[in-house]
Design a protein around this ligand. Structure first.
Ligand code: AMP
Length: 248
């Protein structure tokens, strides 16, 4: 089995994003970037499937600027076998990413594609679902557990009322939720080795995909600051306060 894992380079989740003064977007100058955390989980799952003998090859792909090669090298250090960068400097919307992935899938023939459930920069939560639609492949979104049984894959999904398990036939699309696993750290020797590994460089035009934006960000604003809380001396005072505020 071959697994494809799309990984996006995003602002490191520990960094507090700064909005540009004109509200047109995020200020990314000198900001630490990293692999989207849900993609680390997707990749970890793919590497575990390889280690358990279920998969023979893990391919990682990123659509982004030349710097996204760093993200792909982290993925190689975590255990991916080969990497493809589809180089594009501007932001790429989920539809265009999904169209590119569809072409890469035609080229590489994976049995399984594991994406993150969402990229933490745009919080779109769309790419996996659009890709499944374009391919008319079954999809298991928000996976918290996977198990492969012959040509089928059972996916336990985090849904509103609890957990749901669905059985998909392969090839299929999975999107990884937080509880699927705890991703490993790449070891230093593997990081050093990955620096020398080949990354295939392509462009959206190689796949016949037009990445022109269809959406325009009108304005980006910080969430309103939280007003300060108050302290009450005891439970009785708390009950009075709750009544006063009309929330009970
Ligand atoms: P989104 O729909 O943007 O929230 O992203 C969902 C998932 O799609 C991510 O977790 C990645 O696995 C994949 N993805 C989105 N954008 C890219 C990109 N530019 N390059 C590679 N994978 C991406």
């Amino acid at each position: 089995m071959r697994i494809l894992v799309p990984v996006k380079r995003v602002i490191d989740f520990n960094v507090r994003p700064r909005i540009k003064a004109d509200g047109s977007g995020l200020d990314l100058a000198n900001v630490k970037m990293a692999m989207n955390p849900f993609d680390e989980i997707a990749l970890e799952e793919a590497v575990r499937l390889k280690e358990s003998g279920e998969a023979a090859e893990v391919i990682v792909v990123s659509v982004g600027p030349a710097k996204a090669q760093d993200t792909l090298r982290t993925a190689l250090a975590m255990g991916a076998d080969r990497a493809i960068l589809v180089e594009h400097d501007a932001d790429v919307e989920p539809l265009a990413v999904a169209k590119i992935l569809k072409e890469i899938i035609a080229e590489t023939s994976p049995d399984l594609v594991i994406l993150g459930k969402q990229a933490i920069d745009d919080d779109a939560n769309q790419t996996g679902q659009i890709l499944a639609g374009l391919l008319t492949w079954p999809q298991g979104a928000f996976a918290s557990r996977l198990s492969i049984n012959g040509g089928k894959i059972d996916v336990t999904r985090e849904v509103d009322g609890g957990q749901e398990t669905v059985r998909l036939s392969l090839p299929a699309i999975i999107t990884a939720d937080l509880r699927l696993n705890e991703p490993r750290y790449a070891s230093l020797p593997n990081i050093m080795k990955a620096k020398k590994q080949h990354v295939t460089i392509k462009s959206p035009a190689d796949y016949g995909v037009d990445c022109t934006a269809r959406l325009k960000t009108l304005k980006l604003a910080e969430p309103p600051a939280r007003s300060a809380g108050i302290k009450v001396p005891d439970a009785e005072a708390l009950a009075v306060k709750i009544k006063e505020m009309g929330v009970a």
